[in-house]
Ligand binder design. Structure first.
Ligand SMILES: Nc1ncnc2c1ncn2[C@@H]1O[C@H](COP(=O)(O)OP(=O)(O)OP(=O)(O)O)[C@@H](O)[C@H]1O
Length: 436
């Protein structure tokens, strides 16, 4: 289970967050800013939920911003989601510019908090990866060179870009590279994961809402379009956007303005929109699921990120060396034996670079020998199951495949679903069916 640290001086709020998140992660709580750095050292959390105000009555977020700067400057900084009781666009934008991956306003809805945390954990985009080296799209295969050339070419324009590719191929890295190459690079890059958002919240999430516009809307809240103003908005998993919300998104893109839920006053927005999806292209062109007029708005340029198995053995070896060195954290990285390199190159990588990264992390943590062997990476080739045993039926194989994916994803449903190429709902149905 991942570790989450909550820094929040109000014990009731901290407890509410802890209870909401404990099924997703091991959650630790600290109340005073002085306890933050020692806790980061001791716990090394993947994610920090950071309150922005610690002095009674203060609402400018200065204390939180100062802490945020300190946290993101650390080696191996956790991803940071900032929490504020005041729905201030300016503060959220400042925090995002300073390296926070997301923001949430108090009081929150638990499903929204969970979605926000899950998306941050799934992306595991540590704030430290804002540093150019960690954000680099590695790979020397012809496909990766060509992708980098296309990014340099279209990055500088205002064109909408649709980024296609399987799970974990690096679509978000491509979006970051496009943002960095653009005249908007000094503005925020904000990613919204449509796959992790409950349908009922999509609109308020994207366009914001006015106080009192629905039962839980106790404060007005800026939407992502407004928060990303002056920068770039990545609509991730765009293929999951329900049809009614597609119409509203289209209107916002056409008019370059958004109307917060519960308001009749449109707000002008200035964002470059990038969209990404792991759906097969043909599905996006199926008008029963996706509006063609929206598609044409989003796909001025289409970038296809190739699956890792198509990039060749040299790219796999390069990424393995890169991530083993990364996880060795300054110590000399151990070598990988020749057999392991061959098998890593032949492996199908259903979870692509994300899976490779996790395999390298696991090997670094668990292997004790002088060199890494194939077994250390803990990979089971889902595409090449053991020869059929007598009586082995499809249902049993499906159950085993689901179990393997769950083990690889360390129980994380979203990740296991991604490894299997299923939606979370489809995976839950299979868990139910097999009593897992
Ligand atoms: N070419 C690459 N070089 C180095 N690291 C990479 C590369 N591609 C992907 N990664 C790493 O792999 C992980 C997954 O990448 P990313 O989140 O960009 O994939 P994605 O395609 O957006 O995934 P999803 O479809 O699940 O949202 C990240 O840790 C990222 O840094």
């Amino acid at each position: 289970m991942p570790n989450i640290l909550i820094l929040e001086d109000d014990p009731d709020v901290a407890q509410a967050a802890r209870l909401a998140l404990r099924k997703l992660a091991t959650v630790a709580v600290r109340q005073s800013p002085d306890e933050l750095m020692p806790a980061l050292d001791a716990i090394a959390p993947e994610l920090l939920l950071l309150d922005m105000n610690f002095t009674p009555g203060a609402s400018d977020g200065a204390a939180g911003l100062a802490l945020l700067h300190e946290v993101v400057a650390r080696r191996d900084a956790p991803a940071v989601i900032v929490m504020t009781a005041y729905a201030e666009v300016e503060l959220a934008v400042q925090a995002l510019k300073a390296g926070a991956v997301d923001f949430i306003t108090k009081p929150w809805r638990n499903d929204r908090l969970e979605a926000c945390v899950q998306a941050a954990l799934a992306r595991r985009a540590p704030a430290a990866s804002v540093a150019p080296a960690a954000d680099e799209l590695l790979g020397e295969s012809a496909a990766m060179r060509s992708l980098r050339a296309q990014i340099a070419h279209v990055g500088a324009s205002e064109a909408s870009v649709l980024i296609l590719g399987e799970n974990g191929v690096g679509k978000e890295l491509v979006a970051r590279a496009l943002h960095r190459a653009s005249p908007r690079s000094a503005g925020p890059l904000l990613a919204v994961d449509m796959g992790a958002l409950p349908e009922a919240l999509v609109e308020s999430e994207l366009f914001g809402h006015r106080r009192g516009s629905f039962t839980d809307a106790r404060e007005s809240r800026p939407g992502r379009f407004v928060a990303a103003s002056g920068g770039t908005l990545l609509l991730d998993e765009i293929g999951n956007l329900p049809l009614p919300q597609q119409a509203k998104l289209l209107a916002a893109l056409e008019r370059r303005e958004v109307t917060p839920v519960g308001s009749d006053k449109p707000v002008p927005v200035d964002v470059r929109v990038l969209a990404a999806t792991n759906r097969p292209e043909a599905e996006l062109f199926d008008a029963r699921h996706f509006r063609p007029d929206l598609l044409y708005r989003l796909n001025t340029v289409v970038l296809r990120v190739p699956p890792l198995r198509e990039r060749g053995a040299a790219d796999v070896a390069l990424l393995v060396r890169h991530y083993l060195a990364h996880f060795a954290r300054g110590k000399p990285a151990r070598h990988v034996d020749a057999e392991a390199l061959v098998r890593l190159a032949a492996y199908r990588w259903p979870g692509n670079v994300r899976e490779l990264r996790q395999a390298c992390e696991r090997a670094t943590l668990l292997a004790s020998g002088p060199v890494f062997t194939w077994a250390d990476f803990g990979l089971t080739d889902l595409a090449m199951p053991a020869p059929a045993e007598p009586g082995l039926d499809l249902s049993r194989r499906e159950r085993e495949t689901v179990q393997t994916a769950l083990a690889q994803a360390e129980g994380n449903i979203s990740q296991a679903a991604k490894l299997l190429g299923l939606s979370r709902a489809a995976l839950y149905r299979r868990l139910d069916k097999h009593g897992l």
